[in-house]
Design a protein around this ligand. Structure first.
Ligand SMILES: C[S@@+](CC[C@H](N)C(=O)[O-])C[C@H]1O[C@@H](n2cnc3c(N)ncnc32)[C@H](O)[C@@H]1O
Length: 264
């Protein structure tokens, strides 16, 4: 805004000067042409300024969020991920490690006004972005939850579904996280995990894979079965690596998806 006000000032001054000193038609035409050119330059500068200001990496405006969200379908098959949760209107669900809250927002629409979405994360930045998204998109049924590193702090025995996408490989303490998530789900409730892994990297140690922001779905299946989940589906790959998508995780690895349930 400062740049806009500042740049417009000379244009207004130019108009006053024009009224005071105009002597001939020729002069008038020259000034008028100069003003038209100046206004064109100002408009172009403002347009470029606004474009450069879109900031999906630290979203605040509607445009920031939209820019950050735009590749979810091609790079993650977002709608198919959400379908795997089998969420119905009125359900209570959670997005664990929700980041800037894209999936929490989609879930908000799926569960409707009678439902509820717990959008959980442990990072201050993520919680700030999510709170901002809730305001910008008026998400009345989304509750932003600050979890602990080992506990997503979700209500017990009450959720129909939990999503963990591109976050499992970040969990420093997966076992207590999974135990709490199991307890938060209702019996029969679904857990959907999606993450990244390149087949060639699966012989590497768990720590090496995590350093690469990847995790072998076989390892994850073992870990979730150990706490009591029953795996009902594994799509591996769910989406093949897209090497040209260099700004996204799918540029570096395949994405897999797993569905598990809390036994009844
Ligand atoms: C790569 S981001 C993915 C965010 C989101 N799921 C998405 O797809 O946009 C990983 C997120 O996991 C969060 N995270 C890491 N450890 C966590 C934990 N123990 N509990 C909850 N969130 C965690 C990070 O703060 C970060 O926001």
């Amino acid at each position: 805004m400062a740049a806009f006000g500042c740049t417009m000032t000379p244009t207004l001054r130019g108009n006053q000067t024009e009224r005071a000193t105009m002597r001939s038609e020729g002069q008038s035409r020259r000034v008028s042409l100069a003003l038209t050119a100046l206004v064109t330059v100002v408009a172009a500068t403002v347009a470029v300024g606004q474009q450069a200001a879109v900031n999906p990496g630290n979203p605040f405006t509607l445009e920031d969020f939209k820019a950050g969200d735009q590749n979810r379908e091609p790079y993650q098959r977002a709608t198919d991920v959400l379908h795997a949760l089998e969420v119905t209107s009125g359900a209570r669900v959670a997005d664990v490690g929700a980041g800037a809250g894209y999936y929490a927002m989609r879930l908000s629409e799926m569960v409707g006004p009678e439902g509820k979405v717990f959008a959980e994360d442990i990072s201050d930045a993520a919680l700030r972005w999510m709170n901002r998204r809730v305001t910008v998109f008026t998400l009345r049924n989304v509750e932003v939850v600050r979890g602990d590193i080992d506990n997503p702090k979700l209500p017990a025995d009450s959720l129909a579904a939990v999503l963990i996408i591109d976050s499992y490989h970040h969990f420093a303490q997966p076992q207590p996280m999974l135990e709490h998530i199991l307890q938060a789900l209702k019996p029969g409730g679904r857990l959907v995990i999606a993450d990244y892994s390149l087949r060639d990297h699966r012989t590497r140690s768990r720590a090496d894979q995590l350093n690469n922001h990847e995790i072998d779905p076989e390892l994850v299946q073992r870990e979730i079965e150990m706490v009591g989940f029953h795996v009902v589906r594994r799509d591996d790959p769910f989406l093949r690596q897209i090497p040209e998508a260099k700004e996204s995780r799918i540029g570096a690895a395949d994405m897999w998806l797993m569905v598990a349930v809390r036994p009844k």
